[in-house]
Design a protein around this ligand. Structure first.
Ligand code: 6CS
Ligand code: FE
Length: 296
């Protein structure tokens, strides 16, 4: 049997491959939820930034909920969905928010997110993964460079690049407190990563990812070719990015927290299959197999 098209995590890194899937699955016509220039920009760069998409009042409600979950975590959320920072005990992430919080469940159906996701993916959608990455002041450690699809394909069995992430900034993301960084255009090729995935890799990767990180030589070449953009913005900004876009964020050594919410919309037709890695499928809180298409 030939190796999967998006083969990765072999002992030696393999050459990159052209992306098979379109970036935007719908044909643009008047009335689409994105302007034609936005559609073109997303196709070319792999991301879009929508400033002030949510009002200060809406952000305040989300932040209050995020703080409630963080402070009351042990009693309020499934302990398995809590990931702590590698060095200390601070909470790094809480997953499966859409099933553990009414506020965040409601948000998945907000038309400012849902309509764009359904249009870009040209399908009904469900939440593949939701998470709050808190990146607390002084303790929030880095997220190394990676493509989410590289993980979701190899470890979760996501068949194709037909998913997008919507990140809602709950704090001002400045040049200083570890904003999301992207390599524009990197979503157009698949970059296999070297190193065989350990069993239950997520127990380590969610705290400090080592497998699924492209090698420094490749990252140097891509950064020189495409540049690196830091997606700063005030609280309420929405960053929409393709599942295969290379992204990262630095550690936060400022007193200013950088809490960002991530909702990952997957096309119903792109539901998870068996992981090509042959590994045990990752848990439901990380990679949903219980499809719940979102109704408007
Ligand atoms: O493994 C995952 O699904 C998670 N890891 C990273 C670094 N980004 C996507 C996702 O949160
Ligand atoms: Fe990621």
């Amino acid at each position: 049997m030939s190796a999967p098209y998006y083969a990765t995590r072999s002992p030696m890194a393999q050459p990159s491959r052209r992306r098979k899937a379109p970036v935007v699955w719908s044909a643009w016509r008047p009335g689409a939820p994105l302007r034609v220039d936005e559609k073109r920009s997303f196709e070319e760069n792999g991301y879009l930034v929508f400033r002030r998409r949510f009002t200060p009042g809406e952000v305040s409600r989300m932040r209050t909920e995020a703080d409630r979950l963080r402070h009351g975590a042990a009693g309020l959320v499934d302990p398995e969905t809590i990931v702590r920072e590698p060095a200390g005990e601070s909470i790094r992430s809480i997953f499966e928010l859409h099933r553990q919080s009414d506020v965040f469940r409601e948000l998945t159906a907000d038309v400012r997110l849902l309509d764009v996701a359904r249009w870009l993916l040209d399908d009904d959608v469900y939440i593949h993964q939701s998470r709050l990455n808190f990146k607390p002041g002084f303790e929030g450690e880095a997220f190394p460079w990676h493509s989410d699809f590289e993980t979701w394909h190899s470890e979760d069995g996501m068949p194709e690049m037909r998913a997008i992430s919507a990140s809602i900034l709950l704090d001002d993301n400045t040049a200083c407190n570890g904003p999301l960084m992207v390599i524009p255009g990197s979503h157009l090729r698949f970059f296999p990563c070297a190193g065989e995935t350990p069993e239950d890799h997520y127990r380590e990767s969610l705290r400090q990812q080592r497998y699924g990180v492209p090698d420094p030589e490749l990252l140097t070449e891509l950064a020189r070719t495409y540049g690196i953009e830091a997606l700063t913005g005030e609280a309420g900004t929405v960053v929409l990015f393709d599942c295969n876009l290379l992204h990262a964020s630095a550690g936060n050594i400022t007193p200013l927290p950088r809490s960002n919410l991530f909702l990952v919309y997957n096309a119903v037709s792109n539901r998870l299959g068996e992981p090509p890695s042959g590994l045990r499928p990752r848990p439901e809180f990380l990679a949903s197999r219980r499809l719940e298409p979102i109704e408007r």
